[in-house]
Design a protein around this ligand. Structure first.
Ligand code: PLP
Length: 441
């Protein structure tokens, strides 16, 4: 059994996180329940920041808030002094409500609407990461109308494949994101941006994928971009100040995953950037990174109650929980793997091989295949680890299942930061059918 952060098994044989007995949390808040280990989030945030500080590199560590965006989470990120990535008006709105310093907000997205760009300009976000020509022109014109100058990064696709699942690969040439580095689009975009009086180009951005376990991809991407920067220094007379190498740092979900220490990714990136800038006679840029998953994934645990079981003789035993693809879409979407234990009997030896099913009307709603547990039954509490990233943020109301609440735990304290959705909440936007919509002849 692999335990993360402050998790331990207490004297009652219960899983404890942040000094709180998870069974007591279940009694207080019900299931399903997301529990976040705040100390572990702080530790991860500090590890990234301190590595840059130690190496004396000007940097920004921006939390990619799409991984888990709520007001309390963004307040925690603010407290830890990180910057913030948002990718939609809704994420920006959450950041504003969390009173996040606007100058540290970076606005991403491959199809920002005019309304979203205006919202970003009105609130004077720190920078907009421009993804395509449509956006570049729109942003220029909006700024011209408003007579406002905005900081931007140009997002490029460096043509590097990160070794990870296809669906979450964004750095290769055939991608919906960014300006291509090889075919000249990136240079054209940079030239247009540099010529605009209203766009202040801070630098370049790339994001090569997600759940990456090696430094090679980041290093190759940095090298390619810096080589182009050196060319553009001559051809455009412009040298970017910022190199943003994105996020995607891998984490351990199961034994198959072998992530590196955050510090290791950062150290190797910086070493490469130092080497390349010296060789190419470029000034050392500020390095920005954007970890999402690696800041929050292993800090999150989902607690479920076990309900029904179904034994298919000689094939398998299905054990169903009171949630599923509504609170954790990743297994259905990416075939993602998770580990889990019985939170109420954490010391007992495993003897059942079971598969954990969700409660949705979809055969694909399976959370874990072939999990070893003690002989599990109704009312046992299942704790699924590492659900902190892309769990709550991808939660949905399929089958009209209300979304679970979120509790933060730290130093023996628990705090509700997202309430459980009610049936009334589910109907909040529904309007009744009226006779007027019927066709009368
Ligand atoms: C998703 C995303 C991230 C964060 O990715 P993680 O795998 O969660 O670290 C960072 N930057 C950009 C542009 C992204 O799209």
């Amino acid at each position: 059994m692999h335990l993360y952060g402050t998790a331990e098994i207490n004297k009652s044989g219960h899983l404890e996180i942040g000094g709180k007995d998870t069974i007591e949390l279940v009694e207080k808040y019900g299931t399903p329940l997301y529990v976040y280990d705040v100390a572990l989030i702080r530790k991860r945030a500090r590890a990234f920041k301190q590595t840059f500080e130690k190496l004396g590199i000007k940097a920004q560590v921006a939390y990619a808030s799409k991984a888990f965006s709520t007001i309390a989470m963004l307040q925690l990120i603010k407290e830890e002094g990180l910057s913030l990535d948002v990718v939609s008006g809704g994420e920006l709105f959450t950041a504003l409500k969390a009173d996040f310093p606007v100058e540290k907000i970076h606005f991403h997205g491959n199809n920002k609407s005019e309304d979203e760009l205006v919202m970003a300009l009105e609130h004077r976000v720190g920078c907009i990461v421009v993804d395509n020509f449509h956006e570049l022109h729109m942003l220029h014109h909006l700024c011209q109308e408003r007579q406002q100058v905005v900081n931007i990064l140009i997002r490029v696709t460096p043509g590097i494949e990160a070794h990870t699942h296809d669906y979450i690969l964004t750095g290769q040439e055939d991608s919906k994101f960014g300006f291509d580095l090889q075919n000249g689009q990136a240079e054209t975009a940079l030239q247009l941006a540099v010529e605009s009086k209203f766009l202040n180009v801070l630098g370049l951005h790339c994001h090569i994928g997600s759940q990456i376990f090696e430094t090679t991809g980041f290093i190759l991407a940095a090298k390619k971009i810096l080589e182009k920067m050196a060319e553009w220094q001559t051809s455009l007379g412009f040298t970017p100040k910022v190199l943003n190498l994105g996020g995607g740092f891998g984490i351990r979900y199961t034994d198959e995953d072998t992530p590196l220490d955050p510090a290791h990714y950062v150290e190797e990136m910086i070493q490469e950037v130092r080497k390349a800038t010296t060789r190419l006679s470029l000034p050392m840029p500020e390095i920005w990174i954007e970890p999402g998953r690696s800041l929050v994934a292993d800090a999150g645990t989902t607690l479920y109650s076990i309900g029904s079981s179904k034994e298919v003789p000689n094939i398998r035993k299905y054990v169903a929980v009171d949630g599923g693809m509504t609170d954790n879409l990743r297994p259905a979407l990416y075939d993602a793997k998770y580990e889990a234990i019985l939170a109420n009997r954490a010391n007992e030896e495993p003897k059942d091989l079971v598969s954990i099913a969700g409660k949705c009307c979809e055969s694909g709603d399976m959370l874990i295949w072939d999990l070893s547990l003690p002989d599990v039954g109704t009312n046992d509490i299942l704790a699924v680890f590492c659900t902190g990233a892309y769990g709550y943020s991808m939660a949905n109301n399929y089958n009209r299942i209300p979304r679970p609440p979120v509790v933060f735990v730290e130093n023996g304290h628990d705090q509700l930061v997202v309430q459980r959705e009610t049936y009334e909440d589910l109907l909040r936007l529904d309007l009744p059918f009226t006779e007027k919509t019927q066709h009368t002849s």
